[in-house]
Design a protein around this ligand. Structure first.
Ligand code: R5P
Length: 308
């Protein structure tokens, strides 16, 4: 058995580019799988060239890269590395995208592009054999892929985190309400509600009059004196969680906790978030960056590990 496992590990190789170096380094150590070397250079006109320096003949290659900011640059690095690896005779390429950038433009109104479908079309023909993502913005994205796609929920990370925290704080699950700040996170809220055995999960009504501006209209459900956990896939400008928190406090919520899978935290988001009294914010490191002070960060590597 041990011989088999060793053989399987030897057959695999991990690659990182610029986005998730810490996660990939950690996985390489824990799983004892070698890290492939890459060379990324830029031509005088700014065009990027990216190749593998490690032979990958007959290997199952895992490339781990979020298409987080700068999304286009990171997408292009990825596409060129995939091509280089494919040309060097790899047996199989699994692409792991902890954060899938451009996922939010998923429907077309007034001839707007469906950006996530465009990205999916490119990945379909890139040479990748399969794709693994985490908490995709919407299940609709599945239908844009022709290659096998596994989208993994981050619920188990948040479950473990909150169980420990609420035990320390002596918060009972019967006093918990899980809040989806819009219709898109409803499924996520249900999953967390079940995992924590919370009293209920509710959905808020959110509208977006303009890009980057959101308004939360009402709360259907009783939150009076409850401990609320708002769960969302992304924190970007912070507008969604701030508006949701305000409405929940108006309706009598006692305390508010926030969980989000992907920490975009665009400029000024933290100043906006500080205007409301949120007890605790927890995210994953699907996007590696310098996180604002006081934010709790859970390792996405824990969810990637069993998939390699
Ligand atoms: C949108 O539908 C997403 O699920 C998030 O709610 C949104 O991206 C959060 O963005 P912001 O922090 O800018 O409100």
């Amino acid at each position: 058995m041990l011989i088999n496992i060793t053989y399987k590990m030897k057959d695999k190789i991990l690659f990182s580019l610029t986005a998730n170096k810490k996660t990939v380094g950690k996985l390489s150590k824990i799983l004892n799988i070698p890290l492939g070397k890459t060379k990324i250079e830029h031509f005088a006109d700014g065009e990027v060239i990216c190749k593998t320096l490690t032979p990958v003949d007959g290997k199952h290659v895992f490339i781990i890269q979020s298409t987080s900011k700068p999304a286009v640059t990171r997408l292009f690095e990825l596409l060129l590395l995939i091509d280089s690896i494919k040309r060097s005779g790899s047996k199989k390429i699994t692409l792991v995208m902890p954060y899938f950038g451009y996922s939010r433009q998923d429907v077309s109104w007034n001839n707007e592009p469906v950006s996530c479908e465009v990205i999916a079309k490119i990945i379909n023909v890139s040479g990748v054999d399969e794709l693994i993502t985490f908490d995709l913005h919407t299940p609709r994205i599945h239908s844009f892929f022709k290659i096998p796609l596994k989208d993994i929920a981050t619920t188990s990370l948040f479950k473990e985190y909150y169980e420990k925290l609420f035990e320390e704080k002596n918060i009972k699950s019967s006093n918990l309400v899980i809040v989806s700040p819009d219709h898109g996170s409803n499924e996520r809220a249900h999953l967390l509600c079940e995992a924590l055995n919370a009293s209920s999960s509710i959905i808020l009504e959110k509208v977006r009059p303009h890009p980057n501006v959101s308004e939360t209209l009402f709360v259907a459900g009783d939150v009076k004196d409850k401990i609320c956990i708002i769960i969302d896939d992304i924190i970007d400008t912070g507008g969604t969680i701030v508006n949701a928190s305000k409405v929940l406090f108006e309706k009598g919520a006692k305390e508010i906790y926030v969980a989000a899978s992907h920490a975009v935290f665009s400029k000024d988001s933290m100043n906006r978030i500080k205007t409301v009294n949120i007890e605790d914010i927890v995210i994953t490191d699907s996007i590696e960056k310098k996180y604002p002070h006081g934010i709790k960060v859970l390792p996405i590597a824990d969810l990637i590990k069993p998939l390699i």
